[in-house]
Design a protein around this ligand. Structure first.
Ligand code: SF4
Ligand code: SF4
Ligand code: SF4
Length: 189
C-alpha cells in the first residue's frame, strides 16, 4: 500500500463566503486574533445589475510538493512529513522568518504567542492522525471543500478532481496539493 499523500480541493463555485471555515480553523488551532491560517477573500459584487457575481478565493498554505519554505530553514524546523504535509516543529524554530519570506503564497506568519512560524497544517495533529477531516472541510455548509488521498484514485478527492481544476500559481513550479475549481460565474482566481 502506497503512502498517503493528502490534498484538498476548493470549489469556488460552491463557496458562499460564509467564513465558517476560517472561524473553525481559528478555534481548532488556537490561532491568535491578529493572524490567520485561512481566509476566504471575497471579491465583488462585480458586473452590472441584474447580472452581478461574487468571487470567493481561499487563502491558505497550498501544501506545495516542491515547497520553497522547507529547504531555506536552517534548523530543520520546517519539514515535510511522510504523508506530504509541510509542517513546522515549533521547538526547533528559531524565528528567523526565512520560511515566511520564501513562501510565494504569503501563507506563513510568525505566531505572536509561540514566536514560531505557523501556517495551515491540514489539521494534521488534531484531526488527520485520528482519521478525521480537517476542521475547515468538516464545517463547510456548501461542500466547497474536499479533502483526501491523492494516491488513491478512488478517493472522493481524486474523483472530484476529474472536473476541471487549477493549481494556484502553478507556473512557479511549487506543485501545490491544494487545487481549485475556478469560478464559472465570472471573475476567478
Ligand atoms: S504555500 Fe507556502 S507555506 Fe505552504 S508549502 Fe507552499 S511555500 Fe510552504
Ligand atoms: S486544514 Fe486545518 S489548519 Fe488548514 S485551513 Fe483547514 S482548519 Fe485551518
Ligand atoms: S465554509 Fe465553505 S462556503 Fe463558507 S467560506 Fe469556507 S469554503 Fe466557503
Amino acid at each position: 500500500m502506497a503512502e498517503k499523500r493528502y490534498g484538498m480541493l476548493f470549489d469556488s463555485n460552491r463557496c458562499i463566503g460564509c467564513q465558517s471555515c476560517s472561524v473553525a480553523c481559528r478555534a481548532e488551532n488556537k490561532v491568535p486574533e491578529e493572524v490567520y491560517r485561512l481566509q476566504v477573500r471575497i471579491d465583488g459584487p462585480k458586473g452590472e445589475y441584474p447580472n452581478l457575481v461574487m468571487d470567493f478565493a481561499r487563502h491558505s498554505c497550498v501544501m506545495c510538493d516542491n515547497a520553497p519554505c522547507v529547504p531555506v530553514c536552517p534548523t530543520g524546523a520546517s519539514y515535510t512529513n511522510q504523508e506530504g504535509i509541510n509542517l513546522v516543529d515549533a521547538q526547533k524554530c528559531v524565528g528567523c522568518k526565512y520560511c515566511i519570506n520564501a513562501c510565494p503564497y504569503q501563507a506563513r506568519f510568525a505566531n505572536p504567542v509561540t514566536g514560531a512560524a505557523d501556517k495551515c497544517t491540514f489539521c494534521y495533529e488534531s484531526r488527520i492522525k485520528k482519521g478525521e477531516k480537517p476542521a475547515c472541510v468538516s464545517i463547510c455548509p456548501a461542500n466547497a471543500l474536499v479533502f483526501g488521498d491523492l494516491n488513491d484514485p478512488r478517493s472522493e478527492l481524486c474523483l472530484a478532481m476529474k472536473r476541471y481544476t487549477a493549481k494556484p500559481k502553478e507556473h512557479l513550479g511549487t506543485m501545490p496539493k491544494l487545487s481549485v475549481i475556478p469560478n464559472k460565474r465570472g471573475g476567478g482566481q
